[in-house]
Design a protein. Structure first.
Length: 141
């Protein structure tokens, strides 16, 4: 999971406890995480068996929610996903616009890591992954 300011990481155990108590009073299995961010809460609630609606205005949150909440492990099993992840990890680094913007100009990533991210992003684009598949692969970065 991603660490960032505003994460509900520390609140997750408390939220799950409250959700369990509410479930005892009302058999509802639908919940909404309206500011999902890294999807920590939504993912944990899904793990408890809730049907979860995760929402956020940020694109990164959309991608994470697709990968961590919408994706079904029965469809995207470890056996199916691991070969693709191994392929992505073995790609040679590729410098381009991402490395330029996020490493050299913004100094957000080290250039060697940016070149790896760039190679993976380019591969994802070239393979034509769409929607859920693209989100799952992108979230693995």
């Amino acid at each position: 999971m991603i660490k960032y300011i505003g994460s509900k990481r520390i609140l997750v155990p408390w939220i799950l406890k409250v959700a369990s108590l509410i479930r005892r009073l009302d058999a509802s299995y639908r919940v909404a995480d309206l500011f999902s961010g890294s999807s920590r809460v939504a993912h944990a609630l899904k793990g408890m068996g809730f049907w979860v609606l995760a929402n956020d205005i940020n694109t990164y949150a959309f991608v994470l929610a697709k990968a961590l909440v919408e994706a079904d492990a029965r469809t995207y099993s470890r056996e199916k996903v691991e070969p693709l992840l191994k392929t992505l990890m073995s790609l040679p680094p590729q410098r381009g616009w991402f490395t330029e913007r996020f490493c050299l100009e913004a100094r957000y990533f080290q250039p060697k890591n940016g070149a790896r991210i760039e190679a993976i992003r380019e591969y994802i684009e070239s393979m034509g992954f769409r929607n859920l598949g693209a989100s799952m692969v992108s979230a693995s970065l």
